[in-house]
Design a protein around this ligand. Structure first.
Ligand code: SF4
Length: 883
C-alpha cells in the first residue's frame, strides 16, 4: 500500500472504512473520475476480511450530489463562509458573555470522525468551558459505557471480534446482529459452520432474522433482561460454577448475589424448561460470549441490564480470554471513537473524568486552555429540554437529525425551531432538522472526509478522502476551527490537517496512560503525515509496551483498588406502564437495508426496494381484537401524537407488543417518524432514552382509497398517507386518502404535476378501482393504481415500466406471461425476488441456503439476506410437513 492509502491499479484504488455500523468494515474504493466509485470489501481489513453487507456494497450508489447543499446559508439565503462563520462565532461569543458558558451546546454524531470529535470536545470543554457537548451515540450505547465504568472503572470493551468466532456459545441479548451488524453475523455463521459444538442463543422479545438462525430463541417479556441474568447468577451460585480465583479480583459479590436471589426469573415469562435450557447451556459452556446491543442499552434500566450480564461473566471468570467475555456492539461507525475522545457530556477526553480535579487540571495544562468545564454537561434528552425551556440559547447540531431520531421528536423539532440561534452543519440542508436552522454550514461526507474511526472492538481505522470536497463544502473539524479562531483562539485551533489533530489527540492520551487508564495511543503521538495517511487498522491501546489485545484476563481493572465490581441490580418494569388507553408496548429498531434517518441509504434504489415503506408488526390476536386486516394502514397513537404505518400481521412479535422501524423521516413518509410517539424516558445513570417500550394503541385509519404510484419525477402527495422510495428510473409511492376524488384522471395529473400529459385511464366505479397511466412524447412518465383495499400490483415490475411506450400494458399492473413476477426483493445485491427463490426451492428441491445461492445467486455476495433465505426455506418445509 502506498503512503496515501492507495493500493495501485489503473485507475488507482484506496483503502477506507464503511460509514454505517459499528462493525467498521474495511472498504476498497476505486473512483471513476466522474464523482462516483466502485466499492469492494477490503480483504486485508481485520473487521471484515473482504466481506461487505448490502449497505456497504451499495455505498457507491449514495455519492450523488443530488440534494447536497454546497454553500453556507444564513436564514435560507446563500452566504460566504466568512459571513457564516463570523456570525456563528459572534452569536456564540455574545451568548456566552451574556448568559454564561452553559447557555450554549453542541449536539454531535457518531458519524463524525475522531478528529472532528476532538475539535468539538476541545472547543466546548476547554475553551467555551461547558460540558454541553453530547452525541447521538447517547441513543445507542451510553448504557454500555456506564455499565463498563461501574464494573471495570473505565469504558473498556474487553474482547475482540475473533472471540465471537472462537466461542462455543454465543448469546445475543437485545441484538439483531443479522440485520444491524451483518458482517459480524456472517463471521459468526461461518465459524459455526466449522465448529460442531457452536451454539447460538438469541434473547429478544421479538423474533428476528437473528432468532431464525439461533439454536434457542428466548422471547422474554419486554425489559426483563435483568430478571433473566439475575436468575442465571443465582443458578451459577447454586451449581457452584463460580471461579473463586478470579473472584479475588472482584468486589461486590455478596451484594450482587443477594440481590439476584431476590429477583424473580418468572418475570421473563419464559417456561421453567426454557430457563433451565438457558442456564444449562450458559453454565455448561466455558467459552461463552454474551453480545448486547440496543435492546439492552435503550432502556430506563439499561445500565443495570449491562451490569447484570457482566456480573455473570465476572462471577465465572469468563473475562478477557480468547472466545469468552461480555461484548457490547456499538451502532454507529464511530460511536466508540466518540466515547474515547470525550464526545459524551459526562466524560472529559481519553477516558478521563470531568469530576476528577487532577484529570481536569492535566488536560487544561496540556491544552493550555483558558478554562475547563468542571461539571458534567447536559445529556441529549436534557439538552433538548434545556433548548425548549430557554436555558440553551445557542445550539450547534453537527451531522445528525434529532428532529427525527430523538424521542418526543415533535417537541424536539419545536425546541430547535424556537431556539434563539441554531446552527446545523451537514451534507444536506433539507433534513427535518437542517430546515429549522438559522445558519446552515455545508459539510463533507463519506468519500470526501479524512480521518479515523474506532469500531466496536477498539480498532482504529482510517476513513480516507478520495473525492475532493464538492462546491463549498468543508470538513467538520475545519469548520469548527474556523469558528474557534474567530472566537479568539487562533493559535489553539490552527490545525493544518486531520493528521495534526490526530497527533495532538494521541499526545493527550499519554496523560490518560499516566493516570493508569486504559485508553492510551501515545505511541502514535509523532506519527508523520505520511504515516497517518498509510495508517493500518490498529486496536488500542497503542503504547511503547503494548498494541491491542484483550483486557482483564489478569484481573487488573481500572478502579482505585484495581478490582472489578459486581453490581447489585434488581429488575424493573419500563417507566411508563401500559394502560387501558395505551395497552400495547411499541418496540423500535432497524431494518436490514436502511441506516439511521436514511439521508444516505434512501439515495440507493437498490437499498430502498427491500422495505420501501414504514410498517408496524402486530401479533395476529391483537390485530383480530381490533378488527385490523393485513396491509391496511393503521394509526399508532401514544399520549404524544400518532404515526400512520402499514400493518404487518405476524407472530414475530408477541401479544401485547408491536414493532416499528425508526428510520423514516418527513422527507420519505407523511407520518412515519416513530420517535414522535416515543416518550423521552431515560436511564437515570446513562441518560439513554427508552426506545423499546412506549405504551401505544393502534387504530384502523380506514381510508376511502388506497393507492400505488410510480413516477419518473419526485412527488410529495397531499394525502392522508404517503410513503415514497427511490426506484431505478424514478420513484415508487404508496398512498391513501380519506375522501374519494371525483375524477381520477384529473387527480393523477395534479398528483404528478403534469396537466399536459396524455392519459390512459381504466376505471371500474362499481368496484371503486381506477388505473391511470400518464404519457409524454409517447412514453410512460407516471402511473396511478387505486382501489378500496390495499392495492395488489407487482410493484417491482411497475417501477421498470417508467419510460416504456405501452401505457395500456402498464395498467395490467403485472408483467406479461413471458416475464414472471419475481415478487418482493430479498437479495438486494442481485435483485432476486421472493417468487424466484420459492420457485427455485420448489422446482429444484433445494435443501439449504448454499443450494439457493447456486441456483439463483441470492445470498452469494454480501450474505445479508441469508437469514431471510433460511426463513423462506424453513417456512416452505413447515408448509410441506403440514400437508
Ligand atoms: Fe458497513 Fe455493513 Fe460492515 Fe456495517 S456490516 S460496517 S454497514 S459493510
Amino acid at each position: 500500500m502506498a503512503m496515501d492509502g492507495s493500493i495501485g491499479g489503473t485507475p488507482p484504488s484506496f483503502r477506507t472504512t464503511c460509514p454505517y455500523c459499528g462493525v467498521g468494515c474495511g472498504v476498497v474504493v476505486t473512483p471513476d473520475g466522474a464523482g462516483g466509485m466502485q466499492v469492494q470489501g477490503d480483504p486485508d481489513h481485520p473487521a471484515n476480511y473482504g466481506r461487505l453487507c448490502s449497505k456497504g456494497s451499495a455505498l457507491g450508489e449514495t455519492l450523488s450530489l443530488f440534494g447536497r447543499s454546497l454553500t453556507p446559508e444564513i436564514g435560507g439565503v446563500r452566504a460566504s463562509w466568512d459571513e457564516a462563520t463570523t456570525l456563528v462565532a459572534q452569536r456564540f461569543a455574545d451568548t456566552i458573555a451574556e448568559h454564561g458558558p452553559d447557555s450554549v451546546a453542541f449536539y454531535v454524531s457518531g458519524q463524525l470522525l475522531t478528529e472532528d470529535y476532538y475539535i468539538a470536545n476541545k472547543l466546548m470543554k476547554g475553551y467555551i468551558g461547558s460540558g454541553n457537548i453530547d452525541t447521538n451515540s447517547r441513543l445507542c450505547m451510553a448504557s454500555s459505557v456506564a455499565g463498563h465504568k461501574r464494573a471495570f472503572g473505565t469504558d473498556t470493551v474487553p474482547g475482540q471480534y475473533e472471540d465471537l468466532e472462537d466461542c462455543d456459545l454465543l448469546v445475543l441479548v437485545g441484538s439483531n446482529l443479522a440485520w444491524c451488524h451483518p458482517v459480524l453475523y456472517q463471521r459468526v455463521l461461518a465459524a459455526r459452520a466449522k465448529n460442531p459444538n457452536f451454539r447460538l442463543i438469541n434473547i429478544d422479545p421479538r423474533r428476528t432474522a437473528s432468532s431464525d438462525m439461533a439454536d434457542l430463541h428466548l422471547s422474554i417479556a419486554p425489559g426483563s433482561d435483568v430478571a433473566l441474568f439475575n436468575g442465571l447468577l443465582t443458578e451459577i451460585v447454586k451449581r457452584d460454577a463460580l471461579d473463586a480465583d478470579y473472584l479475588q479480583h472482584v468486589n461486590g459479590f455478596d451484594d450482587a448475589i443477594t440481590a439476584a436471589a431476590q429477583d424473580d426469573p418468572a418475570k421473563t415469562a419464559l417456561t421453567p424448561d426454557q430457563l433451565t435450557a438457558f442456564y444449562d447451556m450458559w453454565i455448561g459452556t466455558e467459552k461463552v460470549v454474551t453480545v448486547y446491543s440496543q435492546g439492552v442499552n435503550q432502556s430506563t434500566s439499561g445500565v443495570d441490564k449491562v451490569n447484570s450480564i457482566i456480573n455473570c461473566h465476572l462471577a465465572t471468570g469468563r473475562m478477557g480470554r480468547p472466545g469468552l467475555g461480555p461484548f457490547s456492539v456499538t451502532g454507529q461507525p464511530n460511536a466508540m471513537g466518540g466515547r474515547e475522545v470525550g464526545g459524551l457530556a459526562n466524560m472529559l477526553a481519553c477516558h478521563l473524568d470531568i469530576e476528577n480535579p487532577a484529570h481536569r487540571e492535566a488536560v487544561q495544562e496540556f491544552w493550555d486552555s483558558p478554562t475547563m468545564c468542571d461539571h458534567q454537561g447536559l445529556k441529549a434528552i436534557d439538552m433538548f429540554k434545556a433548548v425548549a425551556d430557554g436555558r440553551i440559547k445557542a445550539l450547534w447540531i453537527m451531522c445528525t437529525n434529532p428532529a427525527v431520531s430523538l424521542p418526543e421528536a415533535d417537541a424536539v423539532a419545536d425546541a430547535i425551531a424556537n431556539c434563539p440561534f441554531t446552527v446545523v452543519s451537514d451534507m444536506f440542508a433539507d433534513t427535518d432538522t437542517a430546515k429549522l436552522a438559522d445558519v446552515f454550514l455545508p459539510a463533507t461526507g463519506w468519500g470526501e472526509k479524512d480521518g479515523t474511526v474506532t469500531n466496536s472492538e477498539r480498532r482504529i481505522s482510517r476513513q480516507r478522502g478520495v473525492l475532493p470536497p464538492p462546491g463549498g463544502a468543508k470538513h467538520d473539524w475545519d469548520i469548527m476551527c474556523l469558528v474557534a479562531q474567530k472566537m479568539g483562539w487562533e493559535k489553539d485551533f490552527d490545525f493544518a490537517s486531520p493528521a495534526a489533530v490526530f497527533r495532538e489527540y494521541a499526545q493527550l492520551s499519554a496523560i490518560s496512560g499516566a493516570f493508569g487508564r486504559d485508553f492510551d495511543i501515545s505511541a502514535m503521538s509523532y506519527i508523520s503525515d505520511a504515516g497517518y495517511d498509510a495508517l493500518e487498522p490498529v486496536t488500542w491501546p497503542v503504547t511503547e509496551d503494548r498494541v491491542g489485545g484483550r483486557f482483564f484476563e489478569d484481573g487488573h481493572f481500572f478502579t482505585p483498588d484495581h478490582k472489578a465490581k459486581m453490581i447489585a441490580v434488581m429488575s424493573k418494569a419500563p417507566k411508563t406502564p401500559v394502560s387501558a388507553q395505551y395497552p400495547l408496548r411499541l418496540n423500535t429498531g432497524r431494518v436490514r437495508d436502511h441506516w439511521h434517518t436514511m439521508t444516505r441509504t434512501a439515495m440507493s434504489a437498490r437499498l430502498s426496494q427491500h422495505i420501501a415503506e414504514p410498517f408496524l408488526e402486530m401479533h395476529p390476536k391483537d390485530a383480530q381484537l381490533r378488527g385490523l386486516t393485513p396491509a391496511s394502514l393503521v394509526r399508532v397513537k401514544s399520549g404524544l401524537g400518532e404515526c400512520i404505518l402499514r400493518l404487518v400481521i405476524t407472530d414475530r412479535v408477541g401479544e401485547g407488543s408491536v414493532f416499528a422501524p425508526m428510520h423514516w423521516t418527513g422527507q420519505y413518509a407523511s407520518a412515519g417518524r416513530v420517535d414522535v410517539i416515543v416518550e423521552a424516558n431515560t436511564d437515570p445513570i446513562s441518560g439513554q432514552p427508552e426506545s423499546k417500550a412506549s405504551p401505544v394503541e393502534v387504530l384502523d385509519l380506514s381510508p376511502a382509497w388506497y393507492g400505488f404510484a410510480v413516477s419518473a419525477e419526485d412527488i410529495t402527495p397531499e394525502t392522508a398517507y404517503w410513503a415514497k422510495a427511490r426506484a431505478n428510473g424514478g420513484w415508487r409511492v404508496e398512498l391513501a386518502g380519506l375522501s374519494l376524488p371525483s375524477d381520477w384522471e384529473a387527480y393523477a395529473k395534479a398528483l404528478f404535476g403534469v396537466s399536459d400529459a396524455d392519459a390512459i385511464t381504466v376505471s371500474d366505479p362499481a368496484r371503486g378501482i381506477a388505473r391511470v397511466a400518464l404519457m409524454k412524447e409517447g412514453r410512460v412518465i407516471a402511473a396511478l393504481f387505486t382501489g378500496p383495499e390495499p392495492v395488489i400490483a407487482s410493484r417491482n415490475h411497475l417501477v421498470t415500466t417508467i419510460g416504456t411506450e405501452n401505457g395500456g400494458a402498464v395498467l395490467a399492473a403485472r408483467p406479461g406471461e413471458d416475464q414472471p413476477d419475481q415478487g418482493a426483493i430479498i437479495c438486494a445485491c442481485f435483485d432476486v425476488g421472493v417468487n424466484v427463490i420459492i420457485d427455485a426451492i420448489e422446482s429444484k428441491g433445494l435443501a439449504d441456503v448454499e443450494a439457493i445461492g447456486d441456483a439463483c445467486k441470492a445470498g452469494t455476495n454480501c450474505g445479508s439476506c441469508r437469514p431471510e433465505l433460511r426463513t423462506i426455506l424453513d417456512s416452505l418445509r413447515q408448509q410441506e410437513a403440514a400437508q
